[in-house]
Design a protein around this ligand. Structure first.
Ligand code: COA
Length: 382
């Protein structure tokens, strides 16, 4: 396998992008990444999208996006793994380069969620239709069950869960591409509209439009281009039961811990070597559970860690410096690529007021559904 680098990134602003179609959004992000990398060709591309058919009635996204990007006849493939579609598109692009099949590959993600589809129903297709959705459960409902179980088992406090939203909005305020750039207080989170007990509006990632793209190439040619190369140190993926009730535990996400163990082994590192992480905070409780399952904190200590500022910018292990899904927004298929972009900007010292000091190794954790799929990518500054 060849060593692989990321050499350029580009994304649209996330939010309600009324004036742009899904293809406009993807092409904008893709062109920015191509210009940022300084490449004059791409050999193939992968497009992550969870549910473009339900959101805007368009499937066959590989072909659509290659066409509108003016890249025919390159191979272009759509990748789907629910909210992990972007992260898995990145992993697919990694293997395309590592195998020697292509030298320069674009990995992108896109979703247009605000155009009128029933978003809650579309998102629920990533859960178990027969045993969960038909019974009336939504995604906020599934993560609310995880939150209640964590509060019961580990005495995690409601305020500790809410503190995730406060921290991520503080980070997002410094991200020009974030959907919600306003800081919020603990009281605002605790008193926002109840969505699924105990989770409230400000515990939830929003419904968003957005696109993101990165350019990968083989390390041996990476220095020929304008963009600063960053090494892809490891990629790992795992799956778990689609339904929550089939799991041994409601307070651990096995796909996260299994993928993390594989990624650390492949990179030859431990969780202590990670300087910062972008994790999948689709709901505030998810960030706490994931931070434990990634090995940053013991089980049950994720809540106190947020409260003590360990995961804040300047803390022991800053998490979601981009604002996370909560503040930056969550156009589901684009999220995994946007996480890679934050890691890239941190490792190349381009994160501005969000910059983590001495950032050398960053991790991106992206998951689908209530954790039935998880992909972890670890990147390292050269
Ligand atoms: N965070 C912060 N503010 C939010 C928000 C969020 N998650 N969602 C909506 N808002 C704001 C809106 O901007 C709007 O503000 P305004 O009145 O100043 O314009 C207000 O809150 C009401 O928004 P509205 O669009 O009516 O909210 P909604 O009730 O339709 O949707 C949720 C709120 C939480 C149900 C929706 O955002 C949601 O389903 N989120 C979860 C998405 C999800 O499950 N993703 C996949 C995860 S696996």
């Amino acid at each position: 396998m060849r060593e692989v680098a990321v050499i350029g990134v580009g994304m649209t602003k996330f939010g309600e992008l009324w004036g742009k179609s899904m293809r406009d959004i993807f092409v904008e992000a893709a062109l920015k990444s191509i210009q940022n990398a300084g490449v004059d060709r791409i050999d193939s591309m992968y497009v992550g999208s969870m549910s473009s058919g339900l959101f805007v009635g368009q499937e066959h996204l590989g072909a659509v996006m290659a066409d509108y990007l003016g890249m025919n006849p390159i191979p272009a493939t759509r990748v789907e793994s629910a909210c992990a579609s972007g992260g898995v598109a990145f992993r697919s692009a990694y293997f395309e380069v590592a195998s020697g099949n292509s030298d320069i590959v674009l990995a992108g993600g896109v979703e247009k969620m605000t155009d009128g589809a029933d978003v809650t129903d579309a998102l629920a297709t990533a859960a178990d239709q027969e045993y969960e959705v038909y019974q009336g459960v939504t995604f906020p409902g599934l993560y609310a069950m995880i939150a209640n179980a964590h509060m019961h088992q580990y005495k995690t406090k409601r305020e500790q869960i809410a503190a995730v939203a406060v921290k991520n909005h503080k980070n997002g305020a410094n991200n020009p591409n974030a959907q919600f750039r306003g800081e919020i207080t603990l009281d605002q989170v605790l008193n926002s509209t109840l969505v699924a007990d105990p989770l409230r509006l400000l515990d939830c990632s929003p419904v968003s439009d957005g696109g993101a793209a990165v350019i990968l190439c083989s390390m041996d040619i990476a220095k020929k281009f304008k963009g600063t190369p960053i090494r892809i140190k490891a990629t790992a993926q795992a799956s778990d039961t689609i339904a929550l009730h089939s799991r041994k535990s409601l307070t651990s996400l096995a796909a996260v811990s299994v993928a993390a163990a594989k990624a650390y082994k492949s990179a030859g590192i431990t969780p202590k070597d990670i300087n910062f992480a972008e994790v999948h905070d689709c709901f505030t409780i998810a960030e706490i559970v994931v931070s434990e399952d990634l090995g940053f904190f013991e089980k049950g200590k994720g809540g106190p860690a947020v409260e003590k500022g360990f995961t804040s910018l300047g803390g022991k292990i800053p998490i979601n410096t981009s604002g996370g899904l909560k503040s930056k927004g969550h156009p589901v298929g684009a999220t995994g690529i946007a996480q890679i972009i934050e890691v890239y900007e941190q490792l190349t010292g381009q994160a501005g007021k969000r910059q983590v000091k001495n950032a050398k190794i960053g991790l991106a954790q992206n998951m689908g559904g209530s954790g039935a799929s998880c992909v972890i990518n670890i990147l390292e500054a050269l």
